[in-house]
Write a protein that binds this ligand. Sequence first.
Ligand code: NAP
Length: 248
Amino acid sequence: MGSLEDRSALVTGASKSIGRGIAEAFAREGADVVVNYHSDEEAAEETVETIEDDGGTAIAVQADVSDEDEARQLVERTTAEFGGVDVLVNNAGILEPATIDEMDVETWDRTISVDLRGTFLVTRFAIEGMLERGSGRIINVASQLGIKGAEELTHYSAAKGGVIAFTRALAREVAPDIQVNAIAPGPIETDMLDDTTEEWRENKKAEVPLDRIGTVDDVVPTAVLLAGDGGDYYTGQTLSPDGGDAMH
Ligand code: NAP
């Protein structure tokens, strides 16, 4: 028996990278998984195929988490397919570096919309069923930059700091029935880092006491812990698989 047998999970931004790793691990633990994606249908279908080849159950559902109607429909589709959302992982995120003097308002708004508003919207619709059933787990993927900040990322750091504060406030509001926690990874080798320079990576590595950029596999076990029985006594917490980048 896996630790998520008979549960349904909705993972946003699961077409690739961290979201994909979490979706695949949840399916291995027995959950029925909705693999949400925004633009990369092919990658989302690959995630589903991997899960099915492994004997699991998953469907891919397109939705922009920053759009109210699409976020609502994403939750409705999950409920129609799998009976509700037992575990929600708000993982979808974007990162578009810009210094404050060169940041246009659209870039600021887009980041806040996907990384913070998207977390609120999907939670807002998923939590109705959780409150009715009197149970549920919500895991918000924040970032170590929401704690320590980073140059050229004022918008991203503000959004992720907001996700951490949102997690704490919501955890208090919906306890004890629903548990809400955040994961704040450090730098992780994914598509999100595709545009970074070698110099940036070397500098970044130097900031991390464990002296390396992390991998998706460094993050996934924390999500499995928080979703399953091992996470029974966690709420309002921010767990940090970050190599020691932001000690808090
Ligand atoms: P990634 O490789 O860029 O993948 C991002 C995922 O989010 C993709 O599946 C993408 O879907 C989806 N997405 C983007 N905009 C969306 C939207 N509007 N609606 C729905 N889905 C959307 O990123 P990652 O590195 O795995 O990051 C995952 C999460 O971890 C993010 O919240 C990120 O901020 C956080 N994080 C990452 C790092 C890191 O170093 N990588 C560190 C700390 C925190 P499509 O591909 O289909 O468009």
